[in-house]
Ligand binder design. Sequence first.
Ligand code: ZN
Length: 401
Amino acid sequence: MQLKAILQHAFDQCAFYRKKWTEAGVSPGDVESLDDINRIPTLTKAEIQESLSELVADNYRPRPLIRDMTGGSTGSPMVFYYDEDRRDSREAAVIRHDRWTGWDIGEKRALLWGAPRDVAGGSRAGRFRNRVLGRDMALDASALDEPRMRRFCERLQRYQPAFVVAYANTLTLFARFVKDAGLEPMRPRAIICSGEVLTGEGRALIESTFGCAVFDRYGCREFAVIASECDRHQGLHVNAENLLLEVLQDPAAAPDSGGEIVITDLKNYAMPLIRYRSRDVGYLKPSRCDCGRGLPILELRGGRTTDFLTALNGQKVSGIVLATYGITNIDGLRQVQFIQERRDAVRARIVRGPGWSQEALDTLIAKVRAFLGDAMAVEVEFTDAIGLESSGKYRFTISRL
Ligand SMILES: [Zn+2]
């Protein structure tokens, strides 16, 4: 059983788990079946940020590991590691889930993503190019205005990708523009929306504008693809060969009320992530999908979502792009949220962690201005915690313009 093996490995090789589970009075041997998993304590992002070195497996330390980082729409960057085998299995899982849309390797794809904007500038274009291989057209959708969306529309119409991957809110904004402007749209066979919550209205608008099905996907940097839709669209199939996905549901609540999604990576032996709290909300359906795949079906109930911020030049800046490419790699930044109430200012709500400094703040402000304009006022507010909204959604950016 993959779960028992990774639990034993985590206990034997990671000081963090050994200490924490011992204090909780449990050991891997106490987990005889899946029902016992809740005896193992959950893991928070803050614990990883504080105890990173104790989470790397002792017997993997001498090996070359891949260092990765999530900035992401929870606004709280986190470093983590995996090895080359895990990188390969992550990529293989993405290809499998991509193929459920009808796309196949070698077909033309378009990615409406963001590009990093380093304070120093420089090599960002090169790094962005390196992210994409083969027949992928990458469009930097980090800042959008009408002329830019018009150019995107023309380029996509000429390229005619078979398949499009985009952030949900970015593509919704783009679809509305294409429709309202009466432009000739691209005609892909399928679109994958990822990175943030896809609303029913967003899905309907994208499908009617581009004349194809939208496939919702749930994923994150820590685990790559977590779950995604097949062509029956009856929920998201969990990537269960690689991940154990649990939903922490209040036993007193209605059976289908859902709860926080908690994930165990069954294959990351370099840095085991055991019962990691995602802060996203979902529900595991008891039914199976008509397609016949036996993988469990997840319904997302709440999760990351972002508003667009407005730059001084009027461009709409995607919150998720800002989160993913803008605010990573700042020492001591535990969590951040941006609120825009005026055209010329944003408020940064910051949770400080160990290592926070004036330099970190200067870096953060410089990164924000790289996206929103050099003269954008950044008002800073320190806080102890940034909560979820009543809907269960976490908002990295809030626009009240
Ligand atoms: Zn299915």
